[in-house]
Structures are given as structure tokens and as C-alpha cells.
Design a protein around this ligand. Structure first.
Ligand SMILES: NC(=O)c1ccc[n+]([C@@H]2O[C@H](COP(=O)([O-])OP(=O)(O)OC[C@H]3O[C@@H](n4cnc5c(N)ncnc54)[C@H](O)[C@@H]3O)[C@@H](O)[C@H]2O)c1
Ligand SMILES: [Zn+2]
Length: 663
């Protein structure tokens, strides 16, 4: 095996998963798989340090910071945890700890599957909350966190402190939220963690308040200054102050006791009304932490033991077929509904014909189903011993949507419907086009696409842009009404200004994902230019191989694509990347900046000069009129003032992103 290539592939897969999980709140692989990738990459990096990439995801806390929130620089970084998957991993962990210190015990707590939040209290009063972000800089989500009912706004003592905890969505709230989303035709949340993260990071606090979030607190920053000496003591003290703490913690004398308890936790967690994905084991004596130390990513005095995904047995009643936007046919297991990791599962993927045949799955079998990391449930295998009267599986030969014959390439596992007029494919393409990573037409969800397609309003994505001519008719449709239609039309108009990479991704060209779209446009910054690119020119771009290049060339060689570029122009959709800002309309015209803290890559004078060269002003003090506070490390009172006034705080990185490249 080519180790270097394997490491690069793993890194790429992990980065893609990070983006989907942390930025889009929409993972496509299970946590279990992700954790296995990470474990493999860490092992390879340890054994082959010569191939280790200095910006490897094994060195970073995975989150991102969205621009729509004010940024908060954490006083103390918020770290991740290293993982254990077996008893042996725990023994290895203990051995590492025992090399540094002696005379310690362990505190074990449930690992709540939510998102970490940092809370600040002054004189016993709640003042602010932020997300973990990339560990150093988080997002200010104070007004959203304030809506969580179990969070005390006033503590039982007038202390000033910083506390960390996990915001999560209990099963009940999760089911309710998804019922409501289903009614509104919105895409369902994949699991409670994504629902919690998506909720905390949205702008309308009224919605947050209605979602029934909850929080368990577990960390007190600088606990020893409050006279607390152990992690179990922290939990006790937090609870006394009025915080909600999880009652299922236990102190274990040594690692053997930890291992004994772990297995009890795996039973316990199945009866809890919220998701947990493991047990966090922390050295209990806080005084030992400094000596044990930490890496850039996680403390060495703690570890998260992750449970294997839960598997259950249920009955396979039928196999149905789904047609994807590319025409791929996926067999789907229709199951007797069963509870897995806190939610009901009635359908699971069977991947393709070979998967079913190789596993010898028959209709009527008892099957083992797994919701690995609570994403898309899958059938793991049949329970052959239980087989009684079953019907052998037979692959369909015609498309369930259009009735045309299906094709399968000899080398491939999947069957395809290749009918360009296939309704299921059209709908799939439309849904993809409107989705968040593509044209991001929020109010054009799956249900509405299907409705408009079935009623004959949209066949091709271009039709979306002519919907405005049919406003009166749309209002009359079932479940529509004036407000909904106007919101929809507005969102469609706004999407015309999207940056071109979103459109290119939305076109659904084979192999052209969001990242590839960006790469292509960097070199060919308009659809016209891209449509004329040759195979050589395309493959000369880093990371663009022949498969991608051929697919792009084939797409743009069709009459459809040639016509498309003209039509897009006529409609007023961007078909070229936006021009860089010119000096005639200064970027920071009329904007006031305040600089604070220590900057790394600029001197203050440089930063000020840049701001002024783009028409902005630099002021010495923060007021309501300040537009941006540029905060470096060790920022003090100006940063606090900015936060309390709700002034936008940016870090150096964000500032660099704002200014055009030439600087
Ligand atoms: N499926 C995907 O595509 C995908 C992508 C990226 C990350 N992930 C998941 O996220 C994980 C990485 O995220 P991570 O960096 O947050 O690591 P992590 O989930 O392994 O552990 C760290 C986090 O645990 C949480 N936590 C919960 N209870 C706690 C307690 N009692 N004490 C201390 N901390 C507690 C905190 O939020 C802390 O930040 C991966 O292991 C994977 O499971 C999945
Ligand atoms: Zn078809």
C-alpha cells in the first residue's frame, strides 16, 4: 500500500467530513467511521513522521467560526479530547499518565453528544456565552444560550467565573423539532447533536427558545482558585451554584475500576432521554494537570471512551428502490420500526444489488441494523438462524420512476436509469440545485420542489427563475399563500448574486463537488472560460484528475450547456467570478475600526494603514459607532466593551480575509 497516498486520502476525507459536520451541520459519514479514519491517520503519522502534514487535521480542533456571529477570543483555549475504543486503549492511556504523576484517581462522566459552550458570569450574573469554534476563537451566542431554561441567570453566590458545558437537545425536543420541520417541508435534522448545533448557531433567538435545548455543565476554568481540588468536586460545586450537572459520575480508584464501570455505562446510556457517545475519563486531582500536560489539540489527563454503534434486530418486510439525481438506483430496506440510539428507524440503506446478494439477504429475514454515528441507518447482515419463510431478492429491471430499462456497467456495482426525461432524476437535481451548499435557496426545500415539479411549474432549474411571472397562481397552491410565495421569490432573486462556485456545484456535473468547483474557477473564473478549457489545461490544475476533467469537458460539449450560458446571462445570474474590489469604491468606506491586543502578522501601524487605504478610520476607543474591533491575543477591556455593546469583533484571520489579496 502506498502509505503517503493513504495518509493524503485520509486527510482529505477527514477535512471534507469536518466541513460537513461543523460548518453545514450535515454529516454524511458516521461518527464511528470518522473516528476510525482519525485513529488510522494518527497511527500512520506516528510511524511515518516524514509524511506528516504540518496542517494535519490531527492537530486542529475541528470547528469553524461563522461570520454571522461576533467572534470571541477564548481566554483559555477550548480543547478536544483524545479517543479510546477499547480496554487496551484505556490501559495505554493510564500508562502514559502514570509516567508523569502518581497517587491519582479518575473521575468518569457521561460524554454528552452536543456542543461545547463557554459561559461567563460576573458577580454571579450570567453575561455571555460562546461556542468552541476552532478552539481559540468562538462565536458569541449569548442571546441564544440565554433562552435555555435550565441555565441559571443568577448563581447562588456572587462569584465571577468561567464555566464550560455541553448544550444538547433531549430526544423529546428533537422529535418535536423534526415533526415541525416535516410539516414545513424543511429537511430533517440528521440527529440530535446536529439539531442542537444548528439551533445554537442560528440568528433568531425566538426559534432557539422554542426548540427545548438543555445544558449539562462540567468544567470550571481555574477551579483551584475557588478552593476546589478535584473534578468530582467541580461537579459538586457547580451544582451548588445552581448549574445543571449530570448526576451519572463516579470516581474510580484506578484504571481497572474504570474499565469495570465503562460496561455499566453502556447499559445505562440506552435508557437516558438524551444522546451520549461515550464516557469521559479525567484524572480527578486537578493539581496534577499541569505536570501531565497537553498537546495542541487535547489534554493528556483526560480521554473519551467511545461506544461502538448500537446494533438491533428487526424484520425486513420489503425492499423498495430509490432513484438518485444521477439516476443511480439504491435498494432500501423497509423495516418493522425499531428504536435505535433514541430514535425510530423504519428504513435503512442496502447500498446496491451486490451488497444484498453477497450478504445473502432475503425479504422476510430478521436483519441486524446499525445506526452508526446516528446517520443513515444500514442493514449489517441477516440473522440466517432465524430464517423461516423468506422470498429471495431480485433486482428490478426498469426504473420505478419512469419505467425505462436500467443499465449496469460490468465493472460497477450500481444500476442506473439513463433516461434524461426521468422525473425522479429531475426532482433530485432540482433539490440539489437549491440546497445550501449549492444555490442556497432556503425556502425551496424538498417538499416544495416536489410540489412545484408535480404541478408543472419547474422542470429544469432555469424554470425556478421564471416562477416570479406566476406569482398569482403559486399563491393559490396548497400550503402556499402570499407570504410563503413572496419569501420564496425573494430567496430566488437573492440567489442570482451567489458566487459562481455555488452555481457550478449546483449544476450537478459528475465529480464536481463544492471544493472542485472552487478549484476550477480559480483558474477559469467564468463559465465561458471553463467551457473552453482543454483536457491539458484542466489536468494541469492541482488536484484535478482526468475523471473530473473529462466530465467537465463532456458537460460543456452538449448543446444544452452552450445554450445554458446564454440563458443564465439573460436571467441575470452571475456567470463570472466577482471582480476584485477596485479603489473607486473603497472597501471600508465610512467604517470605523478599533485595534486591540497583540497582532501577529501586522504591526498596529500596518493594520491602520491598510484600513485607511481602503477608506476606513481607526479610532482609539470603542463606542456604539464602532463598526469593527480587530482583536489580537491578550485583548482586554476594549474587547469586553465591544462584546457588551454588540460591536462586531474580528480576529486577524477574518481581517485578512476581508482585504483583497494584493495587500
Ligand atoms: N460524522 C462526521 O462527519 C464527523 C465530522 C467531524 C467530527 N465528528 C465527530 O466529532 C468528534 C470530534 O469532535 P470533538 O473535537 O468535539 O471531539 P470529541 O467529541 O471526541 O470530544 C470533545 C468534546 O466532548 C464534549 N463533552 C461532552 N461531555 C463532556 C464531558 N463530560 N466532559 C468533557 N467534555 C465533554 C465537549 O464538547 C468536548 O469539546 C469526532 O470524534 C466525531 O465523533 C464527526
Ligand atoms: Zn427513470
Amino acid at each position: 500500500m502506498d502509505i503517503k497516498k493513504r495518509m493524503m486520502d485520509l486527510q482529505q476525507a477527514i477535512e471534507k467530513a469536518n466541513y460537513e459536520y461543523h460548518t453545514l451541520d450535515r454529516p454524511t459519514v458516521s461518527d464511528f467511521e470518522y473516528d476510525l479514519w482519525m485513529k488510522e491517520l494518527i497511527e500512520l503519522e506516528t510511524n511515518h513522521p516524514e509524511y506528516k502534514n504540518p496542517s494535519s487535521p490531527t492537530l486542529k480542533v475541528g470547528g469553524v467560526v461563522l461570520d454571522k456571529f461576533n467572534k470571541v477570543v477564548h481566554d483559555k483555549p477550548m480543547m478536544s479530547l483524545s479517543n479510546a475504543f477499547s480496554d487496551q486503549d484505556l490501559l495505554d492511556f493510564d500508562e502514559r499518565v502514570s509516567k508523569e504523576v502518581e497517587g491519582y484517581s479518575y473521575n468518569m462522566e457521561l460524554k454528552i453528544d452536543g456542543l461545547a459552550i463557554n459561559l461567563k458570569y460576573r458577580d454571579g450574573i450570567f453575561i455571555s456565552a460562546s461556542t468552541r469554534g476552532d478552539g481559540l476563537v468562538g462565536e458569541d451566542v449569548t442571546s441564544n444560550v440565554r433562552t435555555i431554561k435550565s441555565l441559571p441567570m443568577k448563581l447562588s453566590e456572587p462569584v465571577s467565573l468561567e464555566v464550560r458545558g455541553e448544550v444538547f437537545m433531549p430526544h423529546k425536543s428533537f422529535e418535536k423539532a423534526n415533526e415541525e420541520r416535516a410539516k414545513e417541508g424543511l429537511e430533517l435534522f440528521r440527529n440530535a447533536r446536529n439539531a442542537a448545533a444548528g439551533t445554537i448557531r442560528q440568528l433568531d433567538s425566538a426559534i432557539v427558545s422554542s426548540r427545548g435545548l438543555d445544558i449539562f455543565c462540567y468544567t470550571l476554568v481555574d477551579a483551584e482558585t475557588y478552593g476546589v481540588k478535584t473534578q468530582s468536586g467541580v461537579l459538586n460545586y457547580l451544582s451548588q451554584l445552581g448549574f445543571k450537572t449530570n448526576p451519572n459520575y463516579v470516581v474510580a480508584k484506578n484504571i481497572q475500576e474504570v474499565i469495570e464501570h465503562i460496561h455499566r455505562y453502556d447499559v445505562l446510556r440506552k435508557s437516558l432521554p438524551y444522546d451520549t457517545d461515550g464516557v469521559v475519563i479525567k484524572v480527578n486531582e486537578l493539581i496534577k494537570y499541569e505536570q501531565i500536560g497537553q498537546t495542541v489539540k487535547y489534554p493528556k489527563w483526560a480521554i473519551a471512551y467511545k461506544f461502538a454503534p448500537e446494533e438491533v434486530i428487526t424484520k425486513l418486510n420489503a425492499i423498495t428502490f430509490q432513484v438518485g439525481r444521477t439516476g443511480v438506483i439504491t435498494p432500501v430496506a423497509e423495516l418493522t420500526p425499531v428504536l435505535i440510539s433514541g430514535s425510530m428507524v423504519a428504513r435503512a440503506t442496502l447500498h446496491n444489488e451486490d451488497y444484498i446478494k453477497n450478504l445473502d439477504i432475503e425479504i422476510g429475514d430478521d436483519v441486524i441494523v446499525r445506526k452508526a454515528g446516528e446517520i443513515i441507518p444500514e442493514v449489517v447482515r441477516p440473522v440466517i438462524e432465524n430464517r423461516q419463510s423468506t422470498v429471495p431478492f431480485k433486482m428490478i429491471e426498469t426504473c420505478p420512476s419512469c419505467g425505462e430499462p436500467l443499465y449496469r456497467e460490468p465493472e460497477e456495482a450500481d444500476w442506473f436509469c439513463v433516461n434524461p426525461g426521468c422525473p425522479a432524476q429531475h426532482v433530485g437535481k432540482l433539490i440539489h440545485f437549491a440546497s445550501r451548499p449549492a444555490m442556497n435557496i432556503d425556502s425551496l426545500g424538498e417538499k416544495i420542489v416536489i410540489q412545484l415539479y408535480e404541478e408543472g411549474y419547474i422542470k429544469d432549474f432555469l424554470d425556478i427563475y421564471y416562477l416570479k411571472d406566476q406569482r398569482d397562481k403559486l399563491i393559490e397552491l396548497d400550503r402556499m399563500g402570499e407570504k410563503k410565495v413572496d419569501n420564496l421569490l425573494e430567496a430566488i432573486e437573492v440567489s442570482k448574486q451567489n458566487s459562481l462556485d455555488k452555481l457550478l456545484f449546483g449544476l450537478g456535473i459528475n465529480h464536481v463537488g463544492a471544493k472542485v468547483a472552487k478549484l476550477l474557477l480559480k483558474k477559469f473564473p467564468s463559465l465561458e472560460a471553463l467551457s473552453e478549457a482543454t483536457l491539458e489545461q484542466l489536468t494541469a490544475i492541482d488536484d484535478i484528475g482526468e475523471a473530473i476533467a473529462n466530465s467537465v469537458i463532456q458537460y460543456f460539449s452538449t448543446d444544452y450547456a452552450k445554450q445554458l450560458i446564454h440563458t443564465l446571462h439573460d436571467i441575470g445570474i452571475q456567470t463570472a467570478m466577482a471582480q476584485k474590489t477596485t479603489t473607486t469604491s473603497p472597501l471600508f468606506d465610512g467604517k470605523t475600526f478599533v485595534l486591540t491586543g497583540k497582532l501577529e502578522t501586522f504591526t498596529r501601524e500596518d493594520a491602520a494603514a491598510i484600513i485607511e487605504s481602503f477608506g476606513g478610520k481607526v479610532s482609539g476607543s470603542v463606542s456604539k459607532k464602532t463598526d469593527y474591533v480587530l482583536a489580537g491575543s491578550d485583548a482586554g477591556s476594549k474587547l469586553e466593551k465591544a462584546n457588551s455593546l454588540g460591536v462586531k469583533v474580528i480576529d486577524e484571520l477574518a481581517f485578512k480575509e476581508m482585504i483583497p489579496n494584493e495587500q
